[in-house]
Write a protein that binds this ligand. Structure first.
Ligand SMILES: [Zn+2]
Length: 97
C-alpha cells in the first residue's frame, strides 16, 4: 500500500514492524544496504529490521556483495519532518512568563 507523506508529498509505504507491531512509514524507493552490526536502521516491507550501511550504485558491479534491498524510515528522510508525530507544544505568546 503506497501513500503520500502529508508533509513533503513523497511516496511512502506503511508497514507494521515485526518487533513491536507498530505502524510506520518507510520510503517507497528501496535502497541497498550492507548489513553491519551497529549500523543504521532500515526496514523491509515484511516489517523486519535490518541494521547496516546504505551503499551506492558502485556495488552494482560486485555480484558477490552481500547486500539487502531495504527501505529507510520516512521519519529519518522526510525533509519537513515531524508530520507524523504529535504536535509540538504550543509556543508561548510573547510576554508570557
Ligand atoms: Zn515526508
Amino acid at each position: 500500500m503506497t501513500n503520500r507523506c502529508r508533509g513533503c508529498g513523497a511516496e511512502v509505504i506503511w508497514i507494521r514492524t515485526t518487533a513491536n507491531r507498530r505502524k510506520m512509514p518507510i520510503d517507497a524507493e528501496p535502497v541497498w544496504v550492507l548489513p553491519v552490526s551497529g549500523g543504521d536502521t532500515f526496514l523491509r516491507k515484511d516489517g523486519s529490521i535490518v541494521f547496516g550501511r546504505k551503499i551506492g550504485d558502485a556495488w552494482d558491479d560486485d555480484p558477490d556483495a552481500n547486500v539487502i534491498e531495504a527501505h529507510e524510515s520516512h521519519f529519518a528522510t522526510c525533509p519537513v519532518g515531524g508530520q507524523f508525530r504529535n504536535r509540538a507544544p504550543r509556543t508561548r505568546a510573547p510576554g508570557y512568563r
